[in-house]
Design a protein around this ligand. Structure first.
Ligand code: ATP
Ligand code: MG
Length: 272
């Protein structure tokens, strides 16, 4: 390796030594009810983190707190902006926050209707995110939209159709295209395969896995399905009653769960 290449590799390493997102002591209370409590973790560039746990364990609450959709009751969430600076997400100005939501982040909802505009065309759903970051040339917008529809296996002949004319699986793939077209660094997903039947789920997961690898995305994915976590994630947080009961590498955690609750969760799934 020559000196310049060595220098670049060192630079890469030093930036990778810093987390992309840092969550410290985050709690959210809904009145007297606990949403989530005292959550701590970091996520690094290119890493996929799964948040798992039973219904009501606080997964969506935590995801919404991290993605600035729901202000935590206490704790801090810091994010490494594109200029390299770590910033407290709840101290950002409105313009900075909007930049993150429109460009640097994606959010894939369980219900595609929450993340799509159902009454404009598929092409416009993808093109709109690009326009929000300053792309204006119609021919280029359409070409990029066509390319992204192809990547999520939606035929170019459907570009002028509205998502309400799409199947559930197609809508979800369109939502993914809409979110990834701006090359986000971090994508949040809340049960992205939740409403789909098993064969459609499997194809969608394959697609997501391919895109995540290809684009080097960081992903925080909420799921109650350990099979989804095993397929997609590098690390897992297991939640129960708003608390993180176990946190570790996915393979280690599923093969050798330590917390009694994780042991129960893993054994109940593996015996099916
Ligand atoms: N808007 C709200 N007002 C009051 N309590 C809420 C609200 N949202 C969630 N909760 C409570 O917070 C706790 C965590 O809920 P949350 O929706 O985060 O769970 P979850 O793990 O996402 O569950 P699921 O798998 O069913 O989506 C639950 O006790 C829930 O009743
Ligand atoms: Mg939820």
């Amino acid at each position: 390796m020559n000196a310049a290449a060595a220098q670049i590799e060192n630079l890469d390493r030093s930036s990778e030594a810093l987390p992309l997102l840092s969550v410290r002591s985050v709690s959210k209370a809904y009145g007297a009810r606990i949403g989530c409590t005292e959550v701590n973790f970091d996520i690094w560039p290119g890493e996929v983190l799964a948040i798992v746990g039973e219904s009501g364990s606080g997964k969506t609450t935590l995801l919404n707190c991290i993605s600035t959709r729901l202000e935590p009751t206490s704790g801090t969430i810091a994010y490494r902006m594109r200029d390299g600076e770590m910033r407290d997400l709840y101290q950002l100005g409105e313009a900075e926050r909007r930049f993150l939501l429109r460009t640097d982040w994606g959010f894939v909802h369980q219900n595609p209707a929450d993340g799509l505009r159902m009454t404009v065309s598929a092409g416009a759903n993808v093109g709109e995110r690009l326009m929000a970051v300053g792309h204006r040339h119609y021919g280029e917008l359409r070409a990029t939209a066509t390319d992204w529809l192809g990547r999520v296996e939606i035929g170019a002949d459907r570009i002028d159709d509205q998502p309400r004319a799409f199947s559930g699986g197609m809508r979800q793939r369109l939502q993914i295209a809409r979110n990834l077209v701006t090359a986000p660094r971090l994508v949040f997903m809340d049960e992205p395969t939740g409403g789909l039947d098993v064969s459609v789920q499997a194809r969608l997961l394959d697609l997501v896995r391919g895109l995540v690898n290809e684009l080097g995305l960081s992903v925080i994915i909420v799921t109650h399905d350990l099979a989804v976590a095993r397929l997609l994630s590098h690390r897992m947080l297991v939640m129960k009653d708003g608390r993180v009961v176990e946190h570790g590498l996915t393979d280690r955690l599923l093969d050798d769960p330590q917390a009694p609750y994780t042991q129960l969760l893993v054994s109940s799934i593996l015996q099916v």
